[in-house]
Ligand binder design. Structure first.
Ligand code: 0L1
Ligand code: MG
Length: 262
């Protein structure tokens, strides 16, 4: 049964309280196992409304679960999306402050800076590339508000796809002439290579993930707007961090970004 408006607000406030107090909470579906995907996005919208009431601005959007491996692990057929808030944004090298977070993990993303409006349905990968002003190396900090990062689809959607921080690199590169599908990436933690990947791990092509997002947003009348920062998803697993760690990702022909954790 669809959640009432009061239930949606109460669940959004529960998540906001976890943000504010930096505490892990049980998954919402532990108590209400049948929260639908539509209701999960209503809770997410209510949570973003609470952020806005505090003066936060939406500066972009993100996709999650964009690798087939993650989708299979969650038992879902497609990706999910959330929003980036101005207070999440950090510039290379951060810092990423553990005291502001619960149990953060960092993952590499090639952020898209949108130059022209992309309104679905029917947005193609080629249209995304044409409308992208630049791509930027980024490290996304995901920090689920749920105990041990244990959640079901509705939980993670309601929690704005674990969005927490984004450390943006300083190099902005036009995607013209780059084959982002073949683009290699090396992830290092404290100077050691911990993972590698290629752009095709993100829904076959990172720009296809952005096209998916533009088309998905069409259902609510939204679009990708000029100035939006869009995270298409990570080409490898996220790494746990602790104070003192330094994480760096290097994208072939684009550049690198470092996040210092303190
Ligand atoms: O950015 C992401 O892909 C994270 C989506 C949510 C799943 C998670 O927290 O691992
Ligand atoms: Mg991500």
């Amino acid at each position: 049964m669809e959640l009432t408006a009061d239930q949606v607000q109460a669940l959004a406030r529960r998540l906001l309280d976890a943000y504010d107090r930096r505490i892990e909470i049980p998954a919402l579906t532990d108590e209400q196992p049948d929260i639908s995907e539509a209701d999960a996005y209503r809770i997410q919208r209510a949570l973003l409304g609470l952020f806005r009431q505090r003066g936060a601005r939406i500066v972009g959007k993100k996709t999650g679960l964009t690798s087939r491996a993650k989708q299979q692990a969650m038992g879902v057929p497609e990706a999910i999306y959330g929003y980036l808030v101005d207070t999440y944004l950090l510039r290379d090298p951060g810092p990423v402050r553990m005291a502001e977070l619960i149990h953060p993990r960092l993952e590499p993303e090639l952020a898209f800076l949108i130059g022209e409006r992309l309104q679905g349905p029917g947005v193609t990968t080629a249209q995304v590339l044409a409308a992208t002003r630049a791509v930027v190396p980024a490290l996304e900090v995901i920090d689920s508000r749920y105990r041990n990062f244990k959640f079901r689809l509705a939980d993670v959607v309601a929690d704005n796809c674990s969005a927490s921080r984004v450390v943006l690199g300083r190099e902005e590169v036009s995607p013209d002439g780059l084959d982002l599908r073949l683009q290699g990436m090396v992830l290092e933690k404290n100077g050691e290579v911990v993972d590698t990947g290629a752009g095709a791990a993100v829904l076959g092509h990172p720009a296809s993930a952005v096209a998916w997002l533009a088309n998905k947003l069409a259902a609510t009348g939204e679009a990708l707007e000029p100035g939006d920062i869009v995270l298409p998803g990570a080409p490898c697993e996220a790494v746990f961090v602790q104070a003192g760690d330094e994480v760096r990702v290097t994208f072939d022909r684009v550049g690198s970004v470092t996040a210092r954790v303190e």
